[in-house]
Design a protein around this ligand. Structure first.
Ligand SMILES: Nc1ncnc2c1ncn2[C@@H]1O[C@H](COP(=O)(O)OP(=O)(O)OP(=O)(O)O)[C@@H](O)[C@H]1O
Ligand code: SF4
Ligand SMILES: [Mg+2]
Length: 372
C-alpha cells in the first residue's frame, strides 16, 4: 500500500567525504556535511549555491556514483543508502539523471536513437527490437524531436536538440525521480527557455518529480516548488520558492540574490543587500563556527565560536500530531544565529512578506509556515 503522505525521496544527515592528500598530509574534503530534505511526488525541489557548494555531490551520492560517508536515503520508503548489484541496477532505473553537457554524455559514434534505446534494453523494457524502436520514436515525439533525428549522430544536432535526446533517455526507464544537474546551463538563453518549458510540460503531463540543480537563480525561481540553498556542503536556507525568493532570510541567500544580474525591478530592490565578495573557503579547512562568516557582512565574534544549528529535517513540527501532507509546504528555515539582527538591518530590502525571525540563539530559525 502506498502512503500518499510519504515523500518520494527522503534524505537524512547525508554526508560525503573525499579523502585527499595535500602538502600537509592526508585530509578529507567534506563535500556534503550532513543535509536533510524531502522531495514529494510531482514536485520540483532545487539545490542552488555557488560552485563547489556540494550540489553535484548530493546528486552523485543519490545515484551511488559516489558513496555516502554517513546518512540515510529513502526512495518511496525503501532504504537505498547502500544498495549494490541488482538493487543498484534497479535504482538506476528509478532515478535518472540529465547532465549539463549532452555532448559529453552521448556517444559520438552512435546514432542518438541508440542512447535512448539503451536504457530500454538494460532494463528489459519496450518488448522486442521493433517494439523498442517504436518506443524510442514515441519518446522523441514526447520531447519535441522529429523522427528524422533518430538516425543522426550527436554532432548533427544542436545543443538544445541534444539535451532533448538526454531528456528522452532519462524518460525511457519511466523513473520515479529525475535529477537535472545544470541541465540548462550550457544552452543559449532562448534554448534554455525552451528546455525549461519542455521540462515543465512533461512534469504536468507525466507527473514527474525533479531534483533540479542550478546556480542560476532566475532559472531556479522559474522551475521550483521548493528551494534548498547550499554553501560548503551545508544547507543555509530551505523554503518554498515564493517564500524564499520574496523574503530571503539567510545572509548567504540575500548575497547570492544581490549578485545575480537581473533587469527585474523587484530583484533590483533585493540588491540593497551587498553582493557576494571573496572566494568560497577551502572545504579542506572550513571556517570555525558559521562557515559563511568569512564573507558575511553581519558576522560578529560569536559567529566564529558558534556553529549555527543545521536546518532541521522536514516533518511535522514539535507537538504536531499531523503527518506531513503530500506536497505540503514546510517551514521556511535559515541556519544563522544572528537572524533577528539581520532581519532588522535589512527590513524593507525584501520586497514581499518578511520572514519571521526565530527567537535568536536558542532556536535561530526563521519560521514562517506557508499560509501564516
Ligand atoms: N572526487 C572528488 N575528490 C575530491 N574532492 C571532490 C571530488 N568531487 C568533488 N569534490 C569537491 O567537493 C566539493 C563539492 O563539489 P561539487 O562538484 O559537488 O560542487 P557543485 O556545487 O556541484 O559545484 P559546481 O556548481 O561547480 O558544479 C568541491 O570542493 C569539490 O572540489
Ligand atoms: S551566523 Fe553569523 S556569519 Fe553566519 S550567516 Fe549568520 S550572521 Fe553571518
Ligand atoms: Mg556541480
Amino acid at each position: 500500500m502506498t502512503d500518499d503522505h510519504r515523500p518520494l525521496l527522503s534524505v537524512r544527515d547525508l554526508q560525503v567525504r573525499f579523502p585527499v592528500t595535500t602538502d600537509r598530509g592526508k585530509g578529507a574534503v567534506q563535500a556534503v556535511a550532513g543535509i536533510d530534505f524531502d522531495v514529494h511526488r510531482g514536485q520540483t525541489v532545487s539545490l542552488v549555491g555557488e560552485s563547489g557548494s556540494g550540489k553535484s555531490t548530493v546528486a552523485n551520492a543519490l545515484m551511488h556514483l559516489v558513496e555516502p560517508s554517513a546518512g540515510t536515503v529513502l526512495l518511496d520508503g525503501e532504504d537505498i543508502t547502500s544498495v549494490r548489484g541488482r538493487e543498484l541496477k534497479a535504482l538506476r532505473r528509478r532515478i535518472a539523471m540529465v547532465f549539463q553537457d549532452p555532448f559529453a554524455s552521448l556517444d559520438p559514434r552512435q546514432h542518438v536513437s541508440r542512447a535512448v534505446a539503451e536504457p530500454l534494453e538494460v532494463h528489459g523494457l519496450g518488448g522486442d527490437k521493433e517494439g523498442r524502436r517504436r518506443r524510442v520514436a514515441e519518446l522523441f515525439e514526447l520531447v519535441g524531436l522529429s523522427r528524422r533525428f533518430l538516425d543522426r549522430y550527436p554532432h548533427e544536432l544542436s545543443g538544445g536538440q541534444r539535451q532533448r535526446v538526454s531528456i528522452a533517455r532519462a524518460l525511457a526507464g519511466e523513473p520515479d525521480l529525475i535529477i537535472l544537474d545544470e541541465a540548462t546551463a550550457s544552452l543559449d538563453v532562448s534554448v534554455q527557455a525552451q528546455i525549461m518549458n519542455l521540462l515543465n510540460r512533461l512534469q504536468g503531463e507525466l507527473g514527474l518529480t525533479y531534483l533540479f540543480i542550478a546556480h542560476d537563480l532566475a532559472v531556479v525561481e522559474h522551475m521550483s516548488d521548493h528551494v534548498l540553498v547550499m554553501y560548503l556542503g551545508r544547507l543555509m536556507e530551505d523554503g518554498d520558492v515564493r517564500d524564499l525568493f520574496d523574503a530571503p532570510a539567510h545572509p548567504y541567500t540575500k548575497a547570492l540574490m544581490a549578485s545575480a544580474p537581473s533587469a527585474d525591478p523587484v530583484a533590483e530592490r533585493r540588491r540593497r543587500t551587498a553582493p557576494l565578495e571573496g572566494e568560497v573557503p577551502s572545504p579542506l579547512d572550513p571556517p570555525s563556527g558559521c562557515v559563511f562568516r568569512t564573507r558575511c557582512p553581519w558576522a560578529a565574534d560569536e559567529c566564529a565560536e558558534t556553529v549555527p544549528p543545521p536546518v532541521p529535517p522536514p516533518g511535522p513540527g514539535p507537538g504536531s500530531a499531523a503527518p506531513a501532507r503530500r506536497g505540503a509546504s514546510r517551514e521556511h528555515l535559515a541556519a544563522c544565529i544572528r537572524l533577528p539582527v539581520v532581519q532588522a538591518a535589512t527590513r524593507g530590502a525584501s520586497p514581499a512578506a518578511e520572514t519571521r525571525a526565530g527567537p535568536g540563539r536558542t532556536a535561530p530559525w526563521a519560521g514562517r509556515s506557508a499560509g501564516t
